[in-house]
Ligand binder design. Structure first.
Ligand code: SF4
Ligand code: SF4
Length: 455
């Protein structure tokens, strides 16, 4: 059985079942049960929309503790370009990275280092690719979306790994070549999103896992920024760092990839736009496109849920930085770098479909259940009000067929059943309590928006 890791969790002590998360989830992965949000693992793609929507921060990202780095002698921070893009322009990369070393990292490396290698490999793959468009592997949330909702498009996914995985493999190999034993190398990725945590934790060693942990970008930003503000020694001389190419700096932003690939390349960002586009692609409504760059977040990784800064300001700073470095691009023979790491660390292994609802192992039974869902939809009112604790009528019908809910969960059908004496009022109340919690309808003037809120 495939084990899937998820980084998004619900703190049940804080959650008060307001349904904001359920209403925004693009894959119908949230239910309300006993007055609390419940994330269905099979459906979740770790896009973080629920985390953004929660008014009380009840949804959080499970992350590694910073102290975990001290389990290794060689402690590497793998930092994406969006991290430095959040700091005000008066804070240099050199200052940020030297402060990170004061936190305990022995090396600070850039996650987009292998972008130019990836770019070349993708170009080569495009030439021999029969399935058009080729879809980028960059965004793990989009990869999971294709697995769970668009399995027919899996063959379009490129086989070249995203830059962070390739860069991590490169640095590990480089340190091994310098004589550092593998067990002493700890690589920690500073993540802008929950999806990267899920992807990294989901890799197994035989799939070429090379990253040992993940650090929440917002947590690290807050820690470093406080340190930088209190730094009395700001004018001291700092080490000169090897810079990324201008292309690599912008790679994670919207059009960062598409502008550098050959042929007709489209870029689509924000998860709902991506879903709409993939639906059209699946229905053959998209004219020939060679390459598709898809990002779950608006503005690409600058819109990641774990970023502290405003995404538009972050993009602006990154573009300025890239513009200043334009002349640096193209000076390096990237093939030389590609040769340092093994082939398996540059290519993803086979991607399997992970359908959200597998109605039955038996195909005939699955068809019958599908028919039952359609029948149930004839009775459900089609209002998608969410009062049953499922995000809509279709989702409730699926839950019923999978024996996770009953028709009487629908508040409208409950009233009809009560009227026809098929359900007692006491039973109806018990159903409501099972979904929304026992004290849901008690008077509470301290709840959000009520007259004594916050008192
Ligand atoms: S959005 Fe509402 S239902 Fe969802 S986790 Fe937050 S408090 Fe709970
Ligand atoms: S666009 Fe970037 S930050 Fe957003 S989910 Fe994808 S990889 Fe993560």
């Amino acid at each position: 059985m495939i084990q899937i890791y998820h980084a998004l969790k619900v703190d049940k002590d804080i959650c008060y079942g307001c349904t904001h998360c359920m209403n925004v989830c693009p894959t119908d992965a949230v239910r309300i049960s006993d007055g609390k949000a419940l994330i269905l693992k099979k459906r979740c793609i770790d896009c973080g929309e629920c985390l953004k929507a929660c008014p009380v921060d009840a949804i959080y990202v499970e992350q590694d503790d910073l102290d975990n780095i001290f389990e290794y002698q060689c402690r590497i921070a793998l930092v994406p370009a969006v991290f430095t893009g959040q700091f005000p322009t008066y804070v240099s990369e050199e200052e940020i990275f030297s402060m990170m070393k004061e936190l305990g990292f022995t090396h600070v490396f850039q996650a987009e280092f292998m972008v130019d290698v990836i770019n070349e490999l993708m170009d080569e793959q495009m030439k021999i690719n029969n399935e058009k468009p080729l879809i980028s592997t960059f965004c793990p949330s989009v990869m999971r979306l294709i697995q769970v909702r668009f399995p027919a498009l899996i063959d379009h996914i490129a086989s070249v790994k995203p830059p962070v995985d390739a860069s991590a493999a490169f640095y590990r190999k480089m340190l091994q070549n310098q004589g550092v034993p593998d067990c002493q190398i700890g690589i920690f990725y500073v993540t802008p999103c929950a999806a990267k945590i899920a992807a990294i934790k989901g890799w197994s060693e035989d799939q070429g896992a090379v990253i040992n942990g993940v650090i929440n970008m917002r947590y690290l930003y807050n820690k470093l920024y406080a340190k930088i503000k209190n730094n009395k020694d700001r004018d001291r001389e700092l080490p000169i760092l090897p810079h990324l190419s201008s292309k690599a700096i912008q790679w994670s932003l919207t059009r960062g990839e598409a502008d550098n690939m050959k042929g007709r390349c489209l870029a689509v960002d924000e998860i709902h736009n991506v879903i709409e586009f993939l639906e059209r692609l699946e229905n053959d409504e998209i004219p020939t496109v060679d390459y598709l760059e898809l990002r779950a977040c608006d503005q690409g990784c600058a819109g990641g849920v774990l970023l502290h800064g405003n995404r538009f300001m972050t993009v602006d700073r990154m573009k300025r930085r890239a513009y200043q470095l334009e002349s640096v691009a193209g000076d390096v023979d990237w093939k030389e770098y590609a040769e340092i790491i093994e082939d398996r660390n540059l290519f993803v292994s086979k991607i399997d479909p992970l359908p959200t609802i597998s109605l039955d192992q038996d195909f005939q039974e699955a068809l019958k259940k599908m028919e039952r869902i359609r029948n149930l939809m004839c009775y459900l009112p089609g209002i998608d009000c969410g009062a049953c604790g499922s995000p809509g009528c279709q989702a409730l019908a699926e839950d019923i067929v999978q024996k996770k809910a009953n028709l009487s969960n629908c508040v409208f059908l409950q009233r009809m059943m009560e009227k026809n004496k098929k359900l007692s009022s006491e039973h109806a109340i018990r159903i409501i309590e099972r979904t929304w919690g026992r004290d849901r309808l008690d008077k509470d003037c301290k709840k959000i928006g009520a007259k004594n809120e916050g008192m």
